[in-house]
Design a protein. Structure first.
Length: 394
């Protein structure tokens, strides 16, 4: 059996909304349906019935994104009912996992045309109530927020594995001696690059605003200063902490989707592809050091592709925390940091968990198309200790 080439024909995303912001009134299944519909509409030569499957990442799934949000997106977007959909969960890597699974199906000949993406509404993530161990409890019951992080933790898990995500970032700062000042400077650069990219129109080809919502660009981008960031209190370690709300990604809402095809599907779209999918890799690390998950995943993906850091034209690394991103960069001394997140990263743009990986893959594809050639890479750290990476080429 021969392995087929897999092409990214197009990639779209919503502007990323901030927690409780412009997209907070929009259900996650509607966000997902919007990017699916927009993606199909941008390839009018392709019969929507030709879509073999829709893969969507979703890290929560506890609220309106239940009941297989990928299938809900298909139906709400008005695609033929014959188009199936599957939802995947690799926490922060869910959107990229969806792209990888769709690409794998096409490469093996199980599909010719697929849509892959991700969605998250952290604003609308519900509180959940566990069922009591016995009927008719007399006391008060605890509600758990499903917005982010550990909840209903298994007591068999070692305590060092179940620290908060922010404490995990602090541990990486400790490990690599990353100061508060370096984290704040990294955050400021992320906001500056994102603002410049929007001002130059670099996101015009991929961002599709949600109808009847007053949001045309990423909502979390700020015009801050070193002095303003320095005034913020540590969020996780009151004494001696370095991680703050200013140098971490915010809570966000958004969706992204990509159109993947083989050679036959490419002919049917009548379009030039943005990029070709080359290889991917996933690895595991100690849960508390989740932020360093991409380190080995990136090395493995590049090795499988027969490429090195020197071959990269662009690299989209998810910025869950400035400390986490800087920790990864410290372990890749041969990587030129200037090619990392040239259009801003998640500290500025935002991190809607299930959507972020698809956003990164789409951004790399658009950047390679704009350059005309080259190799690009997308990678994310993942809660509970994993890393995921994807290599693209043009």
């Amino acid at each position: 059996m021969s392995i087929r080439d897999v092409y990214i024909v197009d990639a779209v995303r919503t502007p990323v909304g901030k927690f409780g912001g412009a997209l907070a009134s929009v259900r996650p299944d509607d966000l997902a349906a919007h990017v699916v519909r927009a993606l199909v509409d941008r390839s009018p030569a392709l019969d929507p019935a030709r879509v073999d499957d829709v893969y969507f990442g979703d890290a929560n799934g506890a609220g309106e994104d239940n009941r297989d949000v990928a299938r809900m997106a298909v139906l709400l977007a008005g695609l033929p009912v014959t188009v199936p959909g599957v939802t995947v969960n690799r926490l922060c890597g869910s959107g990229l996992e969806a792209v990888i699974q769709a690409a794998r199906a096409i490469a093996l000949g199980d599909a010719s045309v697929a849509i892959a993406g991700g969605v998250e509404s952290m604003s609308r993530a519900p509180w959940v109530l566990q069922k009591p161990e016995r009927a008719f409890p007399a006391g008060h019951q605890q509600l758990h927020s499903t917005t982010l992080g550990w909840r209903m933790t298994n007591p068999r898990m070692p305590a060092e594995w179940t620290v908060s995500l922010g404490e995990g970032a602090e541990l990486i700062a400790d490990k690599h001696g990353i100061t508060r000042e370096r984290q704040d400077a990294f955050a400021l650069a992320s906001h500056r690059k994102a603002a410049e990219a929007w001002a130059k129109g670099l996101y015009d080809d991929e961002v599709v605003p949600y109808p009847d919502v007053d949001l045309t660009r990423d909502e979390s981008i700020r015009d801050s200063t070193p002095e303003a960031l320095a005034k913020l209190k540590p969020s996780f370690r009151p004494q001696g902490g370095t991680v703050t709300a200013g140098n971490a990604s915010p809570l966000n809402d958004g969706a992204a989707a990509l159109l993947l095809v083989d050679e036959e599907g490419l002919r049917e779209t009548g379009r030039e592809p943005l990029a070709r999918i080359r290889t991917s890799a996933v690895t595991g690390v100690e849960p508390q050091l989740f932020g360093l998950g991409p380190v080995e995943a990136v090395r493995r993906a590049l090795g499988k592709a027969g490429r090195s850091f020197a071959d990269l034209r662009t690299f989209e690394l998810n910025e869950a925390f400035a400390a986490q991103a800087l920790g990864c960069l410290a372990e890749w001394p041969e990587l030129d940091p200037e090619i990392v997140n040239p259009r801003g990263g998640a500290v500025a743009i935002g991190h809607p968990l299930g959507a972020s990986g698809a956003r990164l893959a789409g951004s790399v594809a658009h950047q390679l198309a704009a350059a005309g050639s080259g190799t690009g890479l997308a990678a994310l750290c993942i809660g509970v200790g994993q890393g995921l990476a994807l290599v693209l080429e043009r």
